[in-house]
Design a protein around this ligand. Sequence first.
Ligand code: ADP
Length: 422
Amino acid sequence: MTILLGCIADDYTGATDLANTLVRQGMRTVQLFAPPGADIEVPEAEAVVIALKSRTNPVDEAITQSLAALNWLQGAGAEQFFFKYCSTFDSTPQGNIGPVTEALLDALQQNFTIACPAFPENGRTICYGYLFVGAQLLSESGMRDHPLTPMTDSSLVRVLGAQTRHAVGLVDHRTVAAGPDQVRAAFSALQAEGKYHAIIDALGDDDLLTIGAACADLKLLTGGSGVALGLPENFRRRGKLPADAVADQLPSVPGPAVVLSGSCSQATLSQVAHMRRSRPSFQLDAMALAAGEDQAGAALAWAMDHLAEGPPLIYASAAPETVRAAQDKLGRARAGELLEAAMAKIAKGLVAAGVRRLVVAGGETSGAVVQALGVHGIRIGPQIDPGVPWTTTLGQPALALALKSGNFGTEDFFLKALDCAP
Ligand code: ADP
């Protein structure tokens, strides 16, 4: 196969969000969960997104995994590369966004790229380098309480600067509004100053299209899924992508459905509350797991009793006070791991019992579930809500999966997704 765009994402739901954007712009897109071995047949596609679970790994591991993904994508013929991270720039002062970006630049023998997590359709905008979530600064949004990557500074120039060896500059929204030529001129000016990274403002989709056009010749881009909006058009302009391509068709996957939620993001908490009003639900508890209780077994048995009534909800999601209490007792990582392991076991048990459609909320949680199910890759289908498409797995048995990043989706997301499952 020969692909045009090769992408590396630092978590699974983020990868799907990016793939969703590319599909909607007419690029057939396959998401893989690791560089595939020779025994895996990858369907024809114009874009491949390799989804890693590297967001919160030690820096060295994140770099090693990202370089292996890059190597495979280069072998598949990609002309341009994209490193995708969260639209809320989820990272810590150690990384991994900065160190991974610099490792990719080195491997590609480049000395300049952009960093643009903006996703205006979902309320993530950047103004003078400050990241907003809706009308709030990042550091004043729910992200300040994230279980793994609390974000307490909204200045992306400062946040990325703390993670990189090379200097970070800014292309502000006035330059972006002036068009692609001016943006390219700003890139040149920053490069002349020795800056390797440019944070770029984006307030709306028009800005993202301008940025996409300005980046046609950059070997590496980094950012959220929004900035990928303008990339397919570059390939279309060069005659490499048909004008009328339909890229979101999926085979149908009949079978029972379950919703699994391990995200504690604010959007997910209201989605859980919404679904609980009309569907049976089962809550997992980190403290009970730590005490050795077989909550996964109990949840599975409970789900089997309720499947006939329609899709049930199994969730770990809890309010910040409850999460903090569990983390204070168990440690942040241990609490997360216990719940992720339980979700993974439950997902495996459900599929063994014949469940074929899963809606999973939470990036890390989706990662744990997909790994447990041994899924190598997915085809990306139609969008449910911005950033979240239905997908079907490569290989057998075919499963339909909707992997939702914590903050995405409307309040009725879970039921809406189930209504339009493939
Ligand atoms: P999001 O996409 O919202 O960031 P993630 O699944 O990536 O969601 O991350 C949420 C993390 O919080 C996971 O590691 C999950 O296991 C953990 N978690 C979920 N519920 C709780 C809880 N009640 N207490 C402590 N940690 C929790």
